[in-house]
Design a protein around this ligand. Structure first.
Ligand code: ATP
Ligand code: MG
Length: 199
């Protein structure tokens, strides 16, 4: 089994996340992509994050029409900070050690990967897929230098259709009563309006 993992705050989930996950699934022939909403991202401690019940529900609504997309609340149920190492270990316990895990991250996060908790262990035991937009270059030399041979085998770079959408921009649009149509799935738009989120 090859499982892709799409982690994020998903506050809210948008078509950029979904299109990227689908492109990566196809290119890497993944058996499924697991969307894992993060509880308290260590790098977003300063900012208020929407109630996890809402974020989780929106991820369910957004992924239900794709049979390869699954959702896990494992990071939400865990107490303390969210570390990818804990997630990886839990997934290996669930799916068996033979299952290959592919963590999907934005190319911007690749530059920080060396600073992640237990970064070297992570890169040795699972795969990372750094997604980048056409025409945007990633400097891989620093990554290679830090992770050595494991970088070449376990860190992959892939170009995906770049959708210029971010949750930050969506929250701002909603606050200003601007349209978010065609940026999030319809069911997510309806949910945001019904629950009066981000106002
Ligand atoms: P925020 O603006 O609050 O930071 P975000 O839009 O970046 O939100 P996250 O939940 O932080 O969304 O992102 C989860 C993952 O999805 C990250 O790996 C991020 O790099 C990636 N991602 C976010 N937006 C896009 C996009 N438009 N296209 C491709 N990948 C994206
Ligand atoms: Mg982000």
């Amino acid at each position: 089994m090859k499982i892709g993992i799409m982690g994020g705050t998903f506050d809210p989930i948008h078509l950029g996340h979904l299109a990227t996950a689908e492109a990566v699934r196809e290119i890497f022939k993944l058996d499924e992509v697991l969307f894992i909403p993060a509880a308290r991202p260590p790098h977003k401690l300063g900012r208020r994050v929407t109630d996890e019940r809402h974020r989780l529900e929106m991820v369910h609504l957004a992924t239900r029409s794709n049979k390869f997309f699954k959702v896990s609340d494992m990071e939400l149920k865990r107490t303390g900070l969210s570390y990818t190492l804990d997630t990886m270990n839990e997934l290996h316990r669930t799916f068996g050690a033979a299952t290959e895990l592919f963590f999907i991250i934005g190319a911007d996060s690749l530059a920080d990967l060396s600073k992640w908790h237990a970064a070297r262990e992570l890169v040795e035991k699972c795969h990372f897929i750094a997604t980048t937009r056409q025409g945007v270059d990633i400097d891989f030399s620093a990554v290679e230098e830090f992770f050595g041979a494991a970088a070449r085998e376990h860190i992959h770079r892939v170009t995906t259709p770049g959708l210029e959408i971010s949750s930050t921009d969506l929250r701002e649009r909603i606050r200003l009563r601007r349209s978010i149509k065609y940026l999030v799935p319809e069911a997510v738009e309806e949910y945001i309006l019904r629950e009066e989120l981000y106002l």
